[in-house]
Design a protein around this ligand. Sequence first.
Ligand SMILES: Cc1ncc(C[n+]2csc(CCOP(=O)(O)OP(=O)(O)O)c2C)c(N)n1
Ligand SMILES: [Mg+2]
Length: 401
Amino acid sequence: MNAAHSVGAWAAILTKALCRESGRFRYAKVGTVSTLERDPTEGMVRVLDEDGGVVGDVPDLDDDELVEMYRQMRLARHFDERAVSLNRQGRMGTYPPMSGQEGAQVGSAMAMGDDDWMIPSYREHAAALVRGQGLTETLRYWMGDERGDSPEEGTNVFSVAVPIASQIPHATGMAWAEKLQSDSDHGAFVCYFGDGATSEGDFHEGLNFAGVFDTPNVFFCNNNQWAISVPRERQTASETLAQKHERTGSRGSRSTGWTHWRCTVSPARHSRSTRPRGRTVAPDDDRGGPVPVRCTHHCRRPVGVPHRRGGGTVARERPDPRLESYLRSQGVLDDARVEAIGASVEDAVADAIDEAEATADPDPQSMFEHVYAEQTPELRDQAEQFADLRERHGDDAFQIE
Ligand SMILES: Cc1ncc(C[n+]2csc(CCOP(=O)(O)OP(=O)(O)O)c2C)c(N)n1
Ligand SMILES: [Mg+2]
């Protein structure tokens, strides 16, 4: 078992432990470690060793929370594997896998309170799941049905953002709007993005604005070490990604209980031999953070459409075995319970796939309805042209073989 296990599982636990205080995010300024330049043991805070033995302070989370975290990570991983398989079988379109990042996603999402908002990129399936976004909806979305991107009322999950970093100014704007309505009682707006997003103008603008207006944001950088095929060390000359935050005047919360979590992560060190070496968060060392490592391709395109493989396809590490070992050693999990969790996870995903595939396709015309509240003249023209083409050639002419 290698260090990537600590990465996922303890990213989840420590992320949650660090971020939450009385059900709300609290200030925890964390940073990054450059992937190649730093000693991987520097500043390392470890809780468990490879075999699940305790080597640090175990965060104060009760057994039920830890088991739920374990279950959610297994569910997310199984969902991811099935989704990739559906894609390979031509049953689903593009799909961005998140295997290797489920620890950071599950931990951070479990740290959120009911009134917090999650503003995702395109890869936060596990975090959205924790927030209550249905697996069926996530599948529908990646099958090309926009209705899958309309989470139920109360889940507080914002739309998927495919344009890199575009969700960051949105998150800042949402938080600012909320703050203008109530300066005292509101949740945090937790915005997820990748390491590559920190090279975008939207990232700097969004964070600058958040600093100036002291908005209730948490910026959560899931540094999986790659922007498609470009490794972290070639994306920026900045020693750390966290440094990019510092000029925005990041600071802690005022009186409301929410805070800014300037979170940029990357304790996972990616060695040339593809053996990632992990480290986890230290609340007081001002460095570290959740530690995802992308364990598979950037995304899965429809069958027949090649995608440059790029890097990041490290061994398919799982975040849950170390946590499982620990929970077994505490008498919290045993074979029967682990098996039951595995079976329930498989059933849940199988049911979601059945349901998603049984859902009638949306009206193709509806794709013109989701961009603006009111259609622009250009979109109206396109919608009319499309309707005309459908009438003349039939919908079968638009099917992708
Ligand atoms: C504005 C914009 N530019 C380029 C792209 C093409 N693109 C899709 S994913 C990606 C890399 C993003 O990397 P990162 O932010 O690290 O997120 P990850 O995919 O690793 O989660 C790029 C450049 C895009 N979607 N949007
Ligand atoms: Mg990335």
